[in-house]
Design a protein. Structure first.
Lengths: 113, 116
């Protein structure tokens, strides 16, 4: 397996634009996590899905952020409209339900100018 | 280039005995180093971090880690394991100094099993 795949690796966009980050979890994993990492706040859990259903989205910072998991092999994190303070590295991770063994993608570095 | 290697994918200890989770890193610059823990169905929790201050870092739940530059290591220890310590542990590095890009590099994780 290729591991958790995130795309794009880097994204630079202008303030106000819509940004979509993508994640393909490891085949067979049924829990998926989105994290945001910044210098100021460290690593924050944004949302996690179990069997494609959002279980805990309390970390989503505001309504501009939304996440979907239409099927077991794909998830998106969307920011609309984007703001400079959204600049961060966004990580996706997947696990098997009940297991703590998480596998992380390489992250997407987002820069909003 | 930066990298981090967790030397054991799985560690098993008995309750009440010491815990040692090993981590080695590679970094061209002064790194910042972290240990995170993940319990099933929960997100990552920060245990402790090293950012160029004291080399012996104390964290939550009785864990500590020592930064050893000569050995490029940042091993996590705890004197006495508790059943609730059973989890997945990640060693993480980020490049430090003026070239700090802020991006975390994760180790592959170590599963800690605690036996009664």
């Amino acid at each position: 397996d290729a591991g958790v795949i995130q795309s794009p690796r880097h994204e630079v966009t202008e303030m106000g634009q819509e940004v979509t980050l993508r994640c393909k979890p490891i085949s067979g994993h049924n829990s998926l996590f989105w994290y945001r990492q910044t210098m100021m706040r460290g690593l924050e859990l944004l949302i996690y899905f179990n069997n494609n259903v959002p279980i805990d989205d309390s970390g989503m910072p505001e309504d501009r952020f939304s996440a979907k998991m239409p099927n077991a092999s794909f998830s998106t994190l969307k920011i609309q409209p984007s703001e400079p303070r959204d600049s961060a590295v966004y990580f996706c991770a997947s696990t098997l339900e009940g297991s703590a063994k998480a596998f992380f993608g390489q992250g997407t570095r987002l820069t909003v100018v | 280039a930066q990298s981090v290697t967790q030397l054991d994918s799985h560690v098993s200890v008995s309750e009440g005995t010491p815990v040692l989770l090993r981590c080695n890193y590679s970094s061209s610059y002064s790194p910042s180093l972290f240990w995170y823990v993940q319990h099933p169905n929960k997100g990552l929790q920060l245990l402790l971090k090293y950012t160029s201050a004291a080399t012996l870092v104390k964290g939550i739940n009785g864990f500590e880690a020592e930064f050893k530059k000569s050995e490029t290591s940042f091993h996590l220890t705890k004197p006495s394991a508790h059943m609730s310590d059973a989890a997945e542990y990640f060693c993480v590095v980020t490049m430090g100094g003026s070239s700090n890009t802020g991006k975390l590099i994760f180790g592959q994780g170590t599963t800690l099993q605690v036996k009664p």
